[in-house]
Design a protein around this ligand. Structure first.
Ligand SMILES: Nc1nc2c(ncn2[C@@H]2O[C@H](COP(=O)(O)OP(=O)(O)OP(=O)(O)O)[C@@H](O)[C@H]2O)c(=O)[nH]1
Ligand SMILES: [Mg+2]
Length: 358
């Protein structure tokens, strides 16, 4: 499962966000370092398509896709030098697949800390960049020596040197023009800024009418590649405690539709190149996570290795076409179910049935 790690200053609202995403459980409190040990939770990827298909099929169980969120302690200026929770904090995010910056914009004098999201961004970017610089400096000499005896390591050294050049200028690697190959070669270095980033700007209720204005400077600073969302995290954390219907009503009352965290999870999912295909039947309807560009046999393998090994063909139809027709049997009778072979590249929203023989 893909993992996201929250990074932000104390009191930015990381644990509140965790609660909004996972329905509760983490201590959210108005003092710094309320979180010392990471909260690890799984959030459903909300998907209307899945619910509609489950209803069509009268499925006994519905299994959404999910992603993991790690809520770690707050980071302070000097974390890379051991301030605050220091390295313990940094260790908590080395192994996540993407970083989520939680930046405070909400105004509340009872909660200590800066209220300018750009100030938050400046500190977290600087600390992560320093930490990476230190990691690269510490390991590069060793690698250079090893590369003398083992030429296969030369590309890795070159990648690390390119990274060093960026980091020394105080620039995080996600802002650099490192090549795709270099990014790959540096994966085993577990650098913090060599990962995709997203940001949540935590706003207060009074800012709901001007979300775009509040998040614009953050979007500009992070660049186009990083999705930036404004969310009133506290409100959504409270909503997450309610039964589904009341929750929808509360969010709707604030004009939030399905809620910003829902859109955030979907964007987070997409940023990592993850897509969804669906299976549906009386027993179960399920959303499956696959990597963009995967073929039908690769997707079949996610369901069960036998389905990949004995793959014959995939029967498939887009979710909305199926829904319109009303049942799989009818869709097949009408000739609307396509027969696809092993080279078929699965598309987001495909409903699949795998024919196999082992
Ligand atoms: N007014 C207001 N308060 C908020 C909002 N979001 C979070 N808070 C409050 O701010 C305080 C800190 O929130 P947390 O979620 O604990 O922050 P954190 O980032 O996990 O903090 P650390 O674990 O200490 O790093 C809590 O008292 C929250 O209730 C918000 O949108 N508006
Ligand atoms: Mg916390």
């Amino acid at each position: 499962m893909e993992k996201f790690g929250f990074v932000g200053l104390p009191n930015a609202g990381k644990s509140s966000l965790y609660n909004a995403l996972t329905g509760g459980g983490a201590l959210a409190a108005p003092y710094a370092f309320a979180t010392t040990d990471p909260n690890i939770g799984v959030a459903k990827v909300f998907d209307d398509r899945l619910d509609a298909l489950a209803q069509m099929s009268g499925s006994k169980s519905v299994v959404p896709a999910s992603v993991q969120f790690n809520d770690i302690g707050g980071l302070v200026e000097g974390a890379s030098k051991g301030e605050g929770l220091g390295n313990k904090f940094l260790a908590g995010i080395r192994e996540v697949d993407a970083i989520v910056f939680v930046l405070r914009a909400f105004r509340d004098d009872d909660v200590p800390g800066p209220q300018d999201p750009l100030e938050h961004l400046r500190v977290v970017e600087m600390e992560l960049t320093f930490a990476d610089l230190e990691t690269v400096e510490r390991q590069l000499d060793k690698k250079r020596k090893a590369a003398k005896g083992d030429p296969s390591l030369r590309d890795e050294v070159e990648a690390a040197e390119a990274a060093l050049a960026h980091l020394s200028e105080g620039r995080p690697l996600y802002h650099s023009d490192l090549s795709v190959e270099h990014v790959e070669l540096l994966k085993p270095w577990f650098l913090l800024t060599n990962k995709p980033v997203l940001a949540i700007v935590n706003i207060d209720e009074d800012q709901l009418g001007e979300v775009e204005t509040v998040i614009a400077p953050v979007q500009e600073a992070l660049g186009e590649l990083a999705p930036v969302f404004g969310a009133c995290v506290q409100l959504e954390a409270e909503a997450a405690q309610l039964p589904d219907e009341d929750r929808a009503e509360m969010l709707d009352g604030f004009g939030l539709g399905e809620g910003a965290v829902v859109r955030f999870i979907q964007a987070a999912y997409h940023t990592l190149g993850l897509r969804t295909f669906l299976t549906t039947g009386e027993k179960e309807s399920r959303a499956w996570t696959y990597r963009v560009g995967s073929t039908a046999p690769q997707c079949a393998g996610l369901i069960h290795s036998d389905l990949e090994r004995g793959f014959i063909r995939a029967e498939t139809i887009r979710w909305d076409a199926l829904l319109e027709i009303g049942s799989w049997a009818k869709a097949r009778d009408l000739g609307k179910v396509r027969q696809e072979g092993k080279d078929y590249v699965v598309e987001d929203g495909d409903v699949l049935e795998i024919r196999f023989n082992v």
